[in-house]
Design a protein around this ligand. Sequence first.
Ligand code: ZN
Length: 494
Amino acid sequence: MERFKQLTDRIAAFASASTLFSWDMLTAAPKGSRATMAKLESFFGTETFMLCISDEMKQCLDELEPIIDGQDMVTKGLYKVCKKEYDNFHKIPIQEQEKYNQLVAKAYIAWEAAKKNNDFAAFADMLDEIIRYNIKFIGYRGYKEHPYNTLLDDYEPGMTVKQLDAFFGRVKETIVPLLKKITDGKKAVDTSFRKRHVSIEKQKRISRLLMDVLGYDLDRGMLAESEHPFTQSFGRNVVRITTHYHEDDFFSSIFSVLHETGHALYEQNTMEDIGETLLDTGTSMGIHESQSRFYENVIGRSYAFWEYIYKDLMEILGDDFKDVTVRHFYEAANEVKPSLIRIEADELTYSLHIMVRYEIEKQLVEGKYDIKDLPALWNEKIREYLGIIPDTDTAGVLQDVHWSGGSFGYFPSYSLGNAYAAQLLAYLGKEMDIEGLIREGKIGTITKWLRDHIHQYGRLKEPSELIRAIAGEELNVDYYVEYLNKKFTDVYGL
Ligand code: ZN
């Protein structure tokens, strides 16, 4: 037991070291230092991985197995997490894993250049190789029902193709016609004020206002700037976020800060018993994304929220914005406009972007593809669901970094996050007047509920266990569909 505890502490420390180099590389390191930081990040990342599949780990797990039932909650949790990791990854031959890691490192650079030059062909062979490696690794690891299930389980434990097919089926039959109604309708939302110049100094004050309203504990956290916003956690006492300021689009940072603060609250609110262990983080990508989107979309894009922050916000923005009303802010925050780029997509069309990637990934993992047809396949699906066609592969199949890193099975977490958020909102709404609380700035009351039901458990419970414990049901897409219908019927007066 003592050895197991020491080993997991060592793994957690190596993982934190890797994260810290990544944090430094993305927020502070000047250009000439980045390669060194990246090397150190990868060194500690590999060490972490090797410890997880080490003989020492196997010995500990074997010796613990017969006595694990009698142990405390934290030991049982750690055992479960480590056993799963070990079972998943020790079957892949080390030499092949190393070759794959090298390939992926090269692929990132190739993807970056291909995207910049709109040259899919320059990246195609490497992408093909990455896909073939993934298919091979699934072969080593094994799968139930569909090979894609193995990859899904890495990001959203227990999720299956069967569940996702049903999920996206409902999403498709709801969002596509709703979107058509909106784009065919006459109502246009005036968002021109978003382009007005807001200095970075003012935007920093807005960030502080938002973090305070949401209740992010800055004694254990901080906000930095980076190219793309993100959250990093080293356990509940060190939880950091970033944003990116655009002087001609101050909304961009507002929603980044709300989103990342949502991630941060989850990480800061784990129970002390699991602090600084391998359990001291979110349970899955989908549940994590449900928290970020709860604060960003459910709270941050609600009318009540803009009512509450309006006075303080106007004080910062000054006279240049005195013609902008609460309603203007609310409508601009919820503007629906099909776009080619996922990360710029609005709340309604977002899941359509994910659906495109999900359908393609499933096909890739089944091995049913010809790599050179990928751009055309992509464009056809975007046309079908969003009614627009990418004019370059840069704005099409090459836009996202994920595939260059071999992250297949990751995208669905984003949509699951939206759906979980809507489901949690429905449960919460039965217990309290959410709108009233937001209007009075009592977001702490809502956070307490989320802490009690979700945050505190960290990785102690799996996604479906968390959701089932609240209302006895599993992921249910009905809540999400109803939420979208209600919201956009109001914004667009349908
Ligand atoms: Zn996120």
